[in-house]
Design a protein around this ligand. Structure first.
Ligand SMILES: [Zn+2]
Length: 221
């Protein structure tokens, strides 16, 4: 219901992890991630958002989320880390490598801020707002909630990669931080479509608006 939305200067768009390693052919590809490029560019250029945030997964080599850092484990196995499940990933988005570069098909000059996450070698970081649970039993903040709040933002819309991982966690943390949260479903792609039902349920359960307008790319699932 567009009538309920705040003025443009209270709206932020968060574009999550649009990086080479998450694209088809990359180290940790999302399914047809390239198909959302045009829609995301259109959203960034639309003038409908007063603030545009980009995130960039930015790991040191040997990061704790990499299966290769755990000897006998394979990518996509789940281990326990600091008392929480941790999926082990293929090496990806190692800082200053080509796979970590923000996709050059998008105009990043439109972004007001780029949040780099996952830089702590000891803890993963899916969300734009907070690291995953770390060794001290806390989820350290990236500072993004304060950045948005001090700019008067009240509504956050999320898009990007991957739907069931970093976009989902970003949306959940946006809501917890007090922002009205919109999940631009057609402008996301998952690592696996098998996760879609669970992702949809989690969003519905916590009260995040799932936006699936006809003006966007056609839904894929
Ligand atoms: Zn990562």
């Amino acid at each position: 219901m567009p009538g309920n939305r705040p003025p443009i200067d209270e709206r932020a768009l968060i574009v999550v992890d649009m990086q080479g390693d998450f694209m088809p052919g990359g180290a940790l590809p999302c399914v047809r991630g390239n198909e959302i490029l045009d829609g995301i560019q259109a959203a960034m250029s639309s003038g409908e958002y007063g603030h545009i945030v980009a995130t960039q997964d930015w790991h040191p080599a040997g990061h704790i989320s990499f299966a290769s850092s755990h000897g006998h484990h394979q990518p996509f196995e789940v281990i326990e880390l600091y008392g929480e499940p941790q999926t082990l990933w293929p090496d990806h988005c190692v800082r200053a490598t080509s796979g970590a570069v923000l996709d050059t098909r998008l105009d990043w000059s439109l972004a007001n801020i780029i949040i780099r996450k996952g830089s702590d070698p000891r803890v993963d970081s899916y969300s734009a707002f907070r690291d995953n649970l770390g060794p001290k039993g806390t989820r350290p903040s990236t500072g993004l909630a304060g950045w948005l709040d001090e700019r008067g933002v009240t509504e956050v819309s999320v898009c990007g990669l991957a739907r069931e991982v970093c976009v989902l966690w970003t949306a959940e943390d946006a809501l917890k931080a007090g922002f009205t949260t919109r999940f631009l479903w057609p402008l996301t792609r998952p690592v696996s479509f098998d996760s879609d039902a669970a992702t949809y349920q989690r969003l519905e359960h916590c009260g995040i608006a799932i936006v699936d307008t006809a003006s966007m790319d056609s839904p894929d699932a």
